[in-house]
Write a protein that binds this ligand. Structure first.
Ligand code: COA
Length: 322
């Protein structure tokens, strides 16, 4: 059986940073309200001519460089996004064309904020099945394009960005005990109305805007994340103190605090980027991962627990040794 080992990661954030104060000039909100309810201070917003594939490509190039791998060595690209450049083709194929690796499979995964966790699970299964050796997994979003900038209950929460990792197949044992230990995915479509976009090619013919029942999402996120984190630990016969780093989806600091508290994890072991990135949906976990790897917090051999919850609802976790 093959194992998926992380060999590199990368990220890209659009240049334009928008603070809460700047938002408060056009939206009826305040820095105090946003910080107290969410922990968000800033978010990055893509330039008018920047698309999700541009962000994804930049993160991919960064990840390949950190892996010391040429794009030509890839044999699969999986890209998680809920904000593709176009309805079709998959944004992954646009990234593939720019990387110059025609011929290998490339496709998108749509699980909104859980997208990167889903994409990692898909990539891991390709590797375990012996169908891929070197896989580029990307989470990339331009949520600014699907926000109703007049709805203060949603527009203050999200940002744009991209993160990526490179996975390499290693025969069990060849990379020590490094690599993905297990993946855990869930969905419950009965909760559609609590978090969705009110448009789409088959309904309105427009891209639509994000709609959310914030309190309901909060309540389910806290419960589902606690449950999937427990599931990941149990599957590996581990206690929470075996985790070196919690790398959570960055939607809201209060949700993250809740999960960390359940795990009895001190805040020093939680990677937090929500203050500077806001919620970047499928990009948030790889962006946080990249930050903690780049600044030397996450080291080879560390046990990391990644988790996310998003529209659908979808939720999941990946336990891995970096
Ligand atoms: N600025 C100022 N006031 C705001 C505001 C804003 N940006 N957004 C909402 N308010 C107001 C509301 O209108 C409401 O006013 P009212 O009491 O006069 O009606 C008040 O603040 C409280 O709103 P409420 O929705 O009850 O706040 P909350 O404590 O639930 O916090 C969220 C709202 C969105 C921050 C919170 O519910 C949340 O984080 N939910 C999860 C969202 C999430 O993570 N989604 C992505 C999952 S992937």
């Amino acid at each position: 059986m093959m194992k998926s080992v992380f060999t590199g990661c990368g990220a890209y954030l659009p240049q334009r940073k928008v603070s809460n104060e700047e938002l408060a000039k056009t939206v009826d909100t305040s820095d105090e309200w946003i910080v107290a309810r969410t922990g968000i201070c800033n978010r990055h917003i893509a330039a008018d001519d920047e698309m999700t594939s541009d962000l994804a490509y930049a993160a991919a190039v960064d990840a390949l460089a950190s892996a010391g791998m040429a794009a030509s060595e890839l044999d699969l690209i999986v890209l998680a996004t809920a904000t593709p450049d176009q309805t079709f083709p998959a944004t992954a194929t646009r990234v593939q064309a720019r990387l110059g690796v025609a011929g290998i499979p490339a496709f998108d995964v749509q699980a909104v904020c859980s997208g990167f966790i889903y994409a990692l699970a898909v990539a891991d299964n390709f590797i375990k099945a012996g169908q891929a050796r070197n896989v580029l997994v990307i989470g990339a979003e331009t949520f600014s394009r699907i926000l109703d900038w007049e709805d203060r209950t949603t527009c203050v929460l999200f940002g744009d960005g991209a993160g990526a990792v490179v996975l390499r197949a290693e025969a069990n044992g060849d990379a020590g005990d490094r690599g993905i230990m297990s993946t855990h995915l869930h969905a419950d479509g009965r909760h559609h109305d609590k978090l969705y976009v009110d448009g789409g090619p088959s309904s309105t013919g427009t891209a639509g805007f994000l709609r959310m029942q914030g309190k309901e999402v909060f309540r389910h996120a806290v419960a589902n994340l606690a449950s999937v984190v427990r599931e990941a630990l149990t599957a590996n016969n581990l206690q929470a103190d075996a985790i070196d780093w919690l790398v959570p989806h960055q939607a809201n600091k209060r949700i993250i605090d809740h999960t960390a508290k359940k795990l009895k994890m001190p805040t020093e072991k939680v990677v937090l980027t929500v203050a500077e990135h806001g919620n970047t949906s499928a990009a948030s976990v790889p962006l946080a991962l990249n930050e903690a790897v780049s600044d030397g917090r996450i080291k080879q051999g560390d046990v990391i627990l990644m988790e996310a919850m998003g529209g659908g609802f979808t939720w999941g976790a990946v336990l891995a040794r970096w």
